[in-house]
Design a protein around this ligand. Sequence first.
Ligand code: OSB
Ligand code: MG
Length: 375
Amino acid sequence: MIRLEKITLREIRLTLKEPFRISSGMVTERRIALLELQDAGGATAWSECVAGEWPNYSSEAIDTAWVAITHWVAPRVLGIGFSSPGDVSGALARDFRGHNMAKAAVEMGIWALAAEIDGVPLARLIGGTRAEIETGISLGIQPTPEVLVEKARAALALGYRKVKIKIEPGRDVEYLRAARQALGPGAPLMADANNAYTLADADRLRELDDLNLMMIEQPLACDDLVRHAELQRLLRTPICLDESITGVDRAEDMITVGSGRIVNIKPGRVGGFAESVAIHDLCARHGIPVWCGGMLESGIGRAYNVALASLPNFTIPGDVSPSARYWERDLVSPEWTMDIGGRIRVPLERVGLGVEIDVERINQLTVRAETLRVA
Ligand code: OSB
Ligand code: MG
């Protein structure tokens, strides 16, 4: 039985090593919400809310998540006994629309708390089977194709198993063609448009078919499964959906209408681990491969992504890069590292998240905090 007694919510600031630009916006300094959950028995676990600074990726942002957690999510779990962490997502879904990233921060924290209490690694608790996961890199939009080629070449030399290239109209075919020519026919390349196109761009997107990309991620609007299906019929390259898949029902719709052939699972986007595992299982039954996306997480959020990516149908390298890709110094030790084969080890020899949290450092970086208790 788990019963939360207290949640401490904080905002920290963490500067990225380099600005990250996607079609809908740019970030240089992350504003990250961290949670520390405490069980009535005294066990604690840290979690991270992946909402960004602006509502450009989804309708959520750190400021809306803060309100959602303090006003609506925390009161639904504080002081309530849950016999299993799998029961939390249902309790958060009832008569409570949206705010998936706010819900996920709490739901996933409760999974980590359960792992602490049971004395097992988080990855094992959620059904992970891999001892290491394969890693890709997500490269933001670059000023020129030449700069992109150099970054992609360097990433492959470091061992990354997938290079994702952000695109937008005007910075697409030329950039990807340059990367394909420079890196060779076998380089594992893909594109991510973050909703920047419409069906009127279909001819442009069809030019990408010649470049043998692993997939093109979320070319059209986040809520538009119908036009993604039309586009998929025009393309040989598989479409992968990210923003569109906000829960297992949307994944089922995608499969039914043929809006894509691959799913990017970000646990924050879908409301947590229970929903992520449901999507994973549904996709496995339908022969749809999945991979774990990223939201420029600190080492705390990354621990959850590593655990999730250890499930068996995560057969494509995820956007789960090592700490040093993002930060001069991470919030956890050991930091997340990748070997020259592009693999990150799942910390199966340790209980819970599998990393030590640098609380002193977090205290220094904290710009606001709020403690939530049983009413
Ligand atoms: O679309 O996958 C995306 C980061 C912020 C918002 C959206 C996306 C991304 C990434 C970064 O691609 C992946 C990472 O964390 O390395
Ligand atoms: Mg994406």
